[in-house]
Design a protein around this ligand. Structure first.
Ligand SMILES: C[S@@+](CC[C@H](N)C(=O)[O-])C[C@H]1O[C@@H](n2cnc3c(N)ncnc32)[C@H](O)[C@@H]1O
Length: 232
């Protein structure tokens, strides 16, 4: 990539130019059918993601999709569902796209953006569900967590009634805190929760994420799981 093109390209991602760029930054361009990084293009699909996918299938959003194992597993298992996976890290996005292309997935899109910006590019009642798997628990700085009241304000806008937030975590305190928080929410209801997903009725259909595999196999950690439904 020439210096001139690089100069324009970084502005998709950073406010100011940097001295060194992550080599995967420019490699996002290798998979235009799987990775979207231009905010203007994303915003132009607000309320129109069905047009992007070319069908009327339900749309699910995942925040913090890592290297894509969950998104890809879900899309393979449920081909009649569209999955928008949001991630910040260049290499993880690139890996996700590479794996998706290998199996020619048609129902997944990886977006380089902060999950908190969803209302800017997702329309009212546009999504049927949201997945958040193993988000950073921000120990000591819990106010930075993604699952807090503002997330439910976002879901008030973008999630259909009857749609759900699905949350998995190895972090027992985060799990307890989300259960506590949900008691304050008038239009949401916990419809399922377990502190041992892999020994629950939900384990059969569970798709493993990268972090989940690590916590299970290396640390034999119990996995917590919550489903919260938007009831009105
Ligand atoms: C702990 S990892 C979990 C990855 C994956 N969900 C898994 O379970 O293996 C959290 C991921 O969320 C991404 N992330 C963190 N904050 C984010 C945000 N505000 N918006 C989108 N992605 C975010 C990180 O880059 C990281 O890949």
């Amino acid at each position: 990539m020439s210096d001139q093109i690089k100069k324009e390209y970084w502005s998709h991602f950073f406010k100011r130019p940097k001295k060194n760029y992550n080599p995967y930054m420019e490699r996002l361009k290798e998979y235009p059918e799987y990775i979207m990084y231009d905010k203007e293009i994303m915003d132009s699909y607000k309320g129109k993601w069905k047009e992007y996918f070319g069908n009327n299938n339900p749309i699910y959003v995942e925040i913090g999709s890592g290297s894509g194992n969950f998104a890809i597993g879900m899309c393979e298992k449920y081909p009649k569902v569209n999955h928008i996976a949001i991630e910040l890290r260049f290499k993880r996005l690139h890996t996700s796209a590479r794996k998706s292309k290998k199996i020619d997935l048609k129902n997944v899109l990886f977006i380089k953006r902060f999950g908190e910006e969803i209302p800017e590019f997702v329309g009212e009642n546009e999504i049927s569900g949201m997945y958040i798997n193993f988000p950073d628990p921000w120990e000591g700085n819990e106010r930075n967590r993604i699952i807090q009241l503002p997330l439910f304000e976002t879901l008030d806008k973008v999630l259909k009634i009857g749609g759900k937030l699905f949350f998995k975590t190895d972090h027992d305190a985060y799990y307890e805190d989300v259960l506590e928080l949900s008691k304050e929410l008038k239009n949401y209801k916990v419809v399922y929760n377990t502190c041992d997903l892999h020994n629950s009725e939900k384990s059969e259909n569970n798709i493993l994420t990268e972090f989940e595999e690590l916590f299970l196999n290396k640390f034999q950690k119990n996995i917590n799981y919550i489903e919260i439904e938007k009831i009105k």
